[in-house]
Design a binder for this molecule. Sequence first.
Ligand SMILES: C[S@@+](CC[C@H](N)C(=O)[O-])C[C@H]1O[C@@H](n2cnc3c(N)ncnc32)[C@H](O)[C@@H]1O
Length: 238
Amino acid sequence: MNIQYRVGARKSVLRKLGLASLVETSTFDIETAHAALVRRQAVPERILTDGLVVDVPAGVYHPLPDSSSEFFIRNIKAMDQTRIHKTLEIGAGCGIISLYMAANWTSQTFATDISPIAVEATLANADLNGLSLTAFQSDLFEKIEERDFDLIVFNTPMIDKTPENDIEKYSLCDPHGMITESYLRQARHHVSKDGLIIFSICNNSAYEVMDPIDLDYSIVGFELGYSGFWRAIVGARI
Ligand SMILES: C[S@@+](CC[C@H](N)C(=O)[O-])C[C@H]1O[C@@H](n2cnc3c(N)ncnc32)[C@H](O)[C@@H]1O
């Protein structure tokens, strides 16, 4: 992608989100933190959060206290669940976001992931916590026929970087925003009329891919982190 187009499209997205006077289009040096995150994901871990016990196998994204998973849960907690009857999570990983919804909401919960190990982990964690949800393997919406989800969630792999290992490939990296772009182009066919599609971006995401896609964007959650790092949960409506 031409650099000038990229910067212009990034500015345009920040304007649509109301962030243009708050953050710049530049990326952020996350190399050291990113390398530490990759190493941490190689070790299995049991995480206790929000009354849930969650086992995370090696290689599956770890919902650590400062992770994007917790960022989603903090924001999802504030939603009016009485308006949400059916939810779909794409890329559920160990299942933590779907488990939170299954534990606290009355809606039907569907959780999917491209990784069969992640799907097994979600199902095992649902059992461990005595929760009921439907989980299966799917590459984005490949195996999803329903078109009436009130909420579609994807804690997207965010970093615009060519993956160098499996954890980067599945959980952390979205080179050129290709996953985010496909997600947005497909999600519109599966959300209910007044439903909400949510996903994540940060300084280092290729969020410029959002610009040409005709969806009504808004900010659902926003955090300014250390030294200028920012991340956001974006809402999209048809
Ligand atoms: C950042 S992790 C989030 C995991 C979990 N939702 C959480 O918040 O802890 C992104 C997840 O997306 C999954 N993923 C990546 N590409 C995918 C695709 N094309 N279709 C479905 N899932 C995908 C990965 O396997 C990974 O589990």
